[in-house]
Ligand binder design. Structure first.
Ligand code: ADE
Ligand code: ZN
Length: 349
């Protein structure tokens, strides 16, 4: 661990209180994955969309996943209720309100425009609704929010280029690009040229890699896509040279414990390698991924992985600080967030 802050010893019984209270940055949240079943049904009703589930309970019962693909099939079906600008706004506002209750003060939202443009929803509608919510988030929830456009890796390079073209008028509303969806069989190399173009356009670049896929995908996310952060990255532990690279280059990993559990990457949360990543000096962070589908928002992720794996206050501080350091924000905002993080930890002395 690399911080000079003197982290107080916090007794185990006060650790949950500290985890809840600490200000947080969320760097890995698919906003379509924040759609709760109740909101899916409300939007279906508002838009006259017929769902293949009888009710909220039947939909929730379908959330029994065996791997990433089994989840993605339901996740894309859920997103089909999003049609109007207001829908995208309302979805994001519901997330911001929930995140604020967990003391999230900075959030970078992934969104999947191809899921919507393929259904005839214009890019302007998607970005317009999400951007308006990001502006409201600051006023209503005290959250600094920004948007990261993700390309769906199961689709073609040409499709990604077309999506980038459609997004060009809105680049001032997007902080970066990412790569998500079905990982295995869709290596980063497929998107080398589109990511290079995004770099020329001045966009930050991140990529899902090493969620289910091999360490080789993490190497190529770094070396071919020039990814600044790796989303998930938990498979890095199988490659000691990669672990050394990630630690020495201080590449942030946006780890999502409950997602990993629900998608059977680590079926038993007690086996999660978050502590091993931190103890090896990697810049890991905690995030919720798709909280409506995986049974928990930020505090649930922190509380459950800490309880299951026995992490302590030093780990909590490092995770909190890593997320602010890894965020795509101004240095002034970052220093302000870290000062407030330090103040909360000081109050537990
Ligand atoms: N899209 C939404 N959630 C995802 C995940 N965990 N991995 C890849 N793509 C996703
Ligand atoms: Zn993800």
């Amino acid at each position: 661990m690399t911080t000079t802050f003197d982290v107080p010893d916090v007794p185990a019984e006060r650790l949950p209180e500290l985890l809840r209270a600490m200000p947080k940055a969320e760097l890995h949240i698919h906003i379509e994955g924040s759609l709760e079943p109740e909101l899916i049904f409300a939007l279906a009703e508002r838009n006259g969309v017929k769902l293949p589930y009888a009710d909220v309970q039947a939909l929730r019962e379908a959330y029994a996943f065996t791997d990433l693909q089994s989840f993605l099939d339901i996740y894309y079906a859920g997103a089909s209720v999003l049609l109007q600008e207001q829908d995208f706004h309302d979805m994001a506002m519901a997330y911001f309100r929930r995140a604020a209750a967990d003391n999230v003060v900075h959030a970078e939202l992934f969104f999947d425009p191809q899921t919507h443009t393929a259904r005839g929803v214009p890019m302007a509608t998607v970005v317009g609704g999400l951007h308006r919510a990001c502006q409201n988030a600051k006023v209503e929830c005290g959250i600094d929010a920004s948007l990261i456009l993700c390309f769906l890796r199961h689709l073609s390079e040409a499709d990604a280029f077309e999506t980038l073209q459609e997004a060009l008028p809105y680049l001032d509303r997007i902080v970066g690009v990412g790569l998500d969806s079905s990982e295995v069989g869709h290596p980063p190399e497929k998107f080398a040229r589109v990511f290079a173009r995004c770099g020329e356009l001045g966009l930050h670049r991140v990529a899902h890699a090493g969620e289910e896929g091999p360490p080789a995908y993490i190497w190529s996310a770094l070396d071919v896509l020039q990814a600044e952060r790796i989303d998930h990255g938990v498979q890095a532990v199988h490659d000691p040279a990669l672990m050394r690279r990630l630690a020495s280059a201080r590449i942030p990993l946006t780890v999502c414990p409950l997602s990993n559990q629900k998608l059977c990457v680590f079926p038993d949360l007690a086996e999660h390698n978050l502590g091993a990543l931190l103890d090896a000096g990697l810049m890991a962070t905690v995030n919720s991924d798709d909280p409506a589908y995986f049974g928990g928002y930020m505090n649930d992720n922190f509380l459950q992985v800490f309880a299951a794996t026995g992490l302590d206050a030093r780990h909590a501080y490092q995770l909190g600080r890593n997320a602010f350091e890894a965020s795509f924000t101004s240095d002034a905002a970052r220093q302000g967030h870290i000062a407030r993080l330090d103040a909360v930890f000081d109050s537990f002395r």
